[in-house]
Design a protein around this ligand. Structure first.
Ligand SMILES: NC(=O)c1ccc[n+]([C@@H]2O[C@H](COP(=O)([O-])OP(=O)(O)OC[C@H]3O[C@@H](n4cnc5c(N)ncnc54)[C@H](OP(=O)(O)O)[C@@H]3O)[C@@H](O)[C@H]2O)c1
Length: 278
């Protein structure tokens, strides 16, 4: 994807500024690239500055825009306000917000630590709500804007060993649907993406288990999703002017694989606890 050149830019998002959290990760970085390919100026955020700067280098050939790196820790409210302030610098405001920062601590509830619960709530839910609250006034003033929350099919279906993660991702869906109702009359659209099983750092530890082959065999398309699959969905939502309050699912008949995924998660969490005790 990085080999694409400016010559194939479609420019449908020219003149727009997009802020993408989780841009140092797999899905967020891919979304940032796709938005830039379509002409948006992109502010990339995360904690890992070197990864963000590497992404910024990839973004530069996309239009003659200065894409911006803005580090932020989504657990810390003051860091989120700083991010919103720097995104609004020079009279610029955010037209497209993508809340992709996310963290997952997979563990059976009885073993899930309070600080792990707290981190998931802070990053996956409260952080996204605070940042959205900070950028929405500009969208209301200009009577247009687009917010895309990266939830998960786990927030819809639930999963063994992911009760905490599922709770935050389900919360994000409720936030999306309610906010779409609050802001629709002012031209601001709010949608969510619920990815299924996407090949990134977050899922690598599951893929590496031998049992995961059986999981992939049950996926009708016989492969995991890619970050580009999700990024194309984000671009679609950024462009779809008559769509709000929706959850765009990027998976393939998740019902087919959830039971298998539960088995693998169970094996994985059980193994993790055995190792922890050793
Ligand atoms: N991969 C999947 O199968 C899958 C499926 C459904 C939903 N999702 C969701 O998709 C989103 C992206 O996940 P991914 O697969 O791309 O995972 P990833 O590669 O691990 O990326 C996670 C991103 O979240 C950021 N992040 C974590 N804690 C943060 C904090 N305290 N402050 C600021 N940023 C923080 C990370 O930034 P730093 O590393 O710089 O801290 C990183 O950019 C997440 O919301 C995830 O829940 C993923």
């Amino acid at each position: 994807m990085a080999t694409r050149t400016a010559s194939i830019l479609r420019g449908t998002l020219s003149g727009k500024t997009a802020l993408v959290t989780g841009a140092s990760g797999g899905i967020g970085s891919s979304i940032a690239l796709e938005l830039a390919y379509r002409g948006a100026q992109v502010i990339v955020s995360g904690r890992n500055r070197s990864k963000l700067e590497a992404l910024q280098t990839k973004l530069q050939p996309c239009e003659k825009l200065s894409h911006i790196v803005a580090a932020c820790d989504m657990r810390v409210p003051s860091s989120i306000s700083e991010l919103a302030k720097s995104a609004a610098a020079d009279g610029r405001g955010v037209d497209i917000l993508v809340n992709a920062a996310g963290v997952s601590h997979d563990s059976l509830l009885l073993r899930l630590k309070e600080k792990e619960m707290e981190e998931m709530v802070q990053v996956n839910l409260t952080g996204a709500m605070l940042l959205t609250k900070a950028v929405v006034p500009h969208m209301l003033r200009q009577k247009s804007g687009c917010i895309i929350n990266i939830s998960s099919v786990i927030g819809q279906h639930g999963n063994v060993g992911q009760s905490g993660y599922a709770a935050t991702k389900a919360g994000l869906l409720g936030f999306t649907k309610s906010l779409a109702k609050e802001l629709g009359s002012r031209g601001v659209r709010v949608n969510a993406i619920a990815p299924g099983y996407i090949d990134t750092e977050l899922t690598r530890r599951i893929i590496e288990q031998p049992a995961s082959r059986a999981l992939i065999d049950r996926i009708p398309l016989q492969r995991m999703g890619t970050v580009e699959d999700v990024a194309h969905g984000a671009v679609f939502l950024a462009e779809a002017q008559y769509m709000t309050g929706q959850v765009s699912r990027h998976d393939v008949l998740h019902e087919c694989i959830i039971p298998q995924m539960c088995e693998i998660k169970l094996i994985s969490t059980t193994l993790a606890h055995i190792f922890c005790r050793c």
